[in-house]
Design a protein around this ligand. Structure first.
Ligand code: ADP
Ligand code: MG
Length: 254
C-alpha cells in the first residue's frame, strides 16, 4: 500500500468538442479527506466519474493505490483494460451520488448485500452479517427490511453509503451527497460521513457544505472550468483564497 491513494497527472477529458477536464493534477494521500468545490459545470462530477471508470480519460494518467486506472502501460503505450480487469479495479472504489440510486424492489438489507453477493461470490451468511453491521453503523438497524420508498431521503442516502461500503473499498467518492435532501435531513448524512472520515477512510467529497469541508476536510480543492485553481487547508482556502476566481465563487456561496 502506498502513501498516495489517488494521483492525477494532467488528466484531460472531453466530450466531442467540449473539453471538460483540462489537465487536472492532484494527489490524495491515504486517509485524507479531500473536499472539492466549484461552480456548476466545472468538471467536478466528471473527475469523480473518471476515477470510478464511469468515464475514460482522454489524456493524462490517473492512479488509485498505485494502479493506473483503465489502462495498462506497455512499452510506453497505453492499452485499455479488459472488462474483467476494470471490474477488479472498481471493487476498491465506492461511490455515492446525489440521487440515491437504490434498487426500489429490494429492502435496505438486500440493497447492501447485492454487490458483494454478485461480484465476490461470498457465502450469503457472511454477506448478510456484514450488511447488517453496516446498516447498524449508519444508524439504520431498525430499517433493514424497509424498501427505499418507505425511507426518508436521508435514510436512503445512508443505505447508499452502507451499500458502497459493502465492497470494502479503499476509497470513497461522494458527489454532492446531500444536495438532493431536505435541509433537515442533511445533518444525519454528514454525521455518517464524518464518522467514516474519523475511522480513516480516504474520501473525495464534492460538496456545497462549507461547514463540513472546514471541519472534516483535510484539504479543499477549488475547481473551475476544468482545472484545479487552488488546493489547500480548508480554513486557508475559505478565509484566505489566493485566486480571484476562488474569491468570486466564495463571495457568492458563503
Ligand atoms: P460539475 O459536476 O462540476 O457541475 P460536470 O462534470 O457534471 O460538472 O460537467 C462538466 C461539463 O461537462 C458540463 O458542461 C457538462 O455539460 C459536460 N458534460 C458532462 N457529462 C457529459 C456527457 N456525457 N456528454 C457531454 N457533455 C457532458
Ligand atoms: Mg456535478
Amino acid at each position: 500500500m502506498s502513501d498516495v491513494m489517488v494521483k492525477a497527472e494532467q488528466v484531460c477529458k472531453d466530450f466531442g468538442h467540449v473539453q471538460v477536464l483540462k489537465g487536472i493534477d492532484l494527489e490524495v494521500l491515504n486517509g485524507e479527506v479531500m473536499c472539492v468545490i466549484g461552480p456548476s459545470g466545472s468538471g467536478k462530477s466528471t473527475f469523480l466519474r473518471c476515477i470510478n471508470h464511469l468515464e475514460k480519460v482522454n489524456a493524462g494518467r490517473l492512479y488509485v493505490d498505485g494502479k493506473l486506472i483503465g489502462y495498462r502501460e506497455h512499452g510506453g503505450k497505453l492499452h485499455e483494460l479488459k472488462e474483467r480487469e476494470v471490474a477488479a479495479q472498481r471493487k476498491d472504489i465506492g461511490m455515492v451520488f446525489q440521487r440515491f440510486n437504490l434498487f426500489p424492489h429490494m429492502t435496505a438489507l438486500e440493497n447492501v448485500m447485492e454487490a458483494p453477493q454478485r461480484v465476490k461470490g461470498e457465502p450469503a451468511v457472511v454477506v448478510r452479517k456484514r450488511a447488517a453491521e453496516l446498516l447498524e453503523r449508519v444508524g439504520l438497524a431498525g430499517k433493514m427490511r424497509s424498501y427505499p420508498a418507505q425511507l426518508s431521503g436521508g435514510q436512503q442516502q445512508r443505505v447508499a453509503i452502507a451499500r458502497a461500503l459493502a465492497m470494502q473499498p479503499k476509497l470513497m467518492l461522494f458527489d454532492e451527497p446531500t444536495s438532493a435532501l431536505d435541509p433537515e435531513l442533511v445533518g444525519e448524512v454528514l454525521d455518517v460521513m464524518r464518522d467514516l472520515a474519523r475511522e480513516g477512510m480516504t474520501m473525495i467529497v464534492v460538496t456545497h457544505e462549507m461547514g463540513f469541508a472546514r471541519e472534516v476536510g483535510d484539504s479543499l480543492v477549488f475547481m473551475d472550468d476544468g482545472i484545479v485553481v487552488e488546493k489547500g487547508a480548508p480554513r486557508e482556502v475559505l478565509t484566505n483564497p489566493q485566486h480571484e476566481r476562488t474569491k468570486l465563487f466564495l463571495s457568492k456561496v458563503l
